[in-house]
Ligand binder design. Sequence first.
Ligand SMILES: [Zn+2]
Length: 381
Amino acid sequence: MTRLATFLVAAMVWLTSGDAPLAEPALLLDGRAEIADSGGGDVTWTLGLSRPVPWRLWMADGPPRVIVELTGVDLQGEVELNTTSVSVVERVKTGAETTELRAILREPLAVLSAEMQTLDDGTARLNVNLQPATADGFRAALETADAGGVPEPLVVAIDPGHGGRDPGAEFGGLKEADLVLGFAHRLRDALNSEPRINAVLTRETDAFLTLDARLTRAREAGAEVLISLHADTLEDTNAASGIVIYRLAAEARAAANERLTTRHASNDRLTDVDLSGVEDEISLALLTLSRAKTVPQARDLSEKLVGAYRGAGLVMNSRPERTGAFTVLKAADIPSLLIELGFLSTDEDLKRLTSENWQVETAQATRDALLLWMEERRLAE
Ligand SMILES: [Zn+2]
């Protein structure tokens, strides 16, 4: 066995090994946690955090309270109270990674809006706006929340690029197909450790899959989002580094629609969506409508991923968010992103990509971004 082969075997063993260390917890920023009157009886709850984290918000009765659950946060420090509407804020650790802040209310309040913002410096701020409610209004809000019950988990399709007779990029004997498959397994496990996510892989093994088959598998699993994993390589070694996230470009969308028309006219197979038996004009209109929804969702997730990766201190490319015309991004019905995890041809990237720590941190940051994305979508629904 050559030295390289030994390295590869070793790499594959830890790429698929179990228990991963947890990422450093996010911190509550000093003096930036407050519940305060904001005029007209409204109350604003702000929490400054060292990075964006997954969160949930709900209300409960007995005593009436607003609960914010944060994941992966070290909650030292106090929440300052500058309102008479809240009597006290309790802090309860509810799981290995989850903590609840429970604001006990003196009078009924209802949630007007709630949002986790990522700031330019990589820190985050949770803003919750509350407004006075009648006792009936408060009970109605509780009942609506109860009726919703436990939400269905977000189904995420993870697509490890290449495989089988298509090894993808190769560098120094390392195949892109193997690297992304190892990371995909780790990412799936990190996502599935969170009950609110159900992650599936489009390929489990080193097998060749067409792009159609990848999208079909994602659809069969009921995927609400598709993340395709790749690693780049450049002829110039060390010419570029860091993570790049691609989404479908507006121009690519137009081009895809055009190509669709051409393909359809020539009875060719469609690569991205099955519209057989549907009139061309209608199908194009549907496709455009569908993309009008999924493209902004993909852009929003891309922004959240960049925020989470930066927050976790991961190395990003100088142009981390890009648009491209990759076929795997063209599913009109599923928001899709393609992540180039780094450049195999760059020494530092190669070291990172094959390091367990980097893989764990990247997987956890990806999970956090998906949770944030999901929470905001569900609040907006
Ligand atoms: Zn690739």
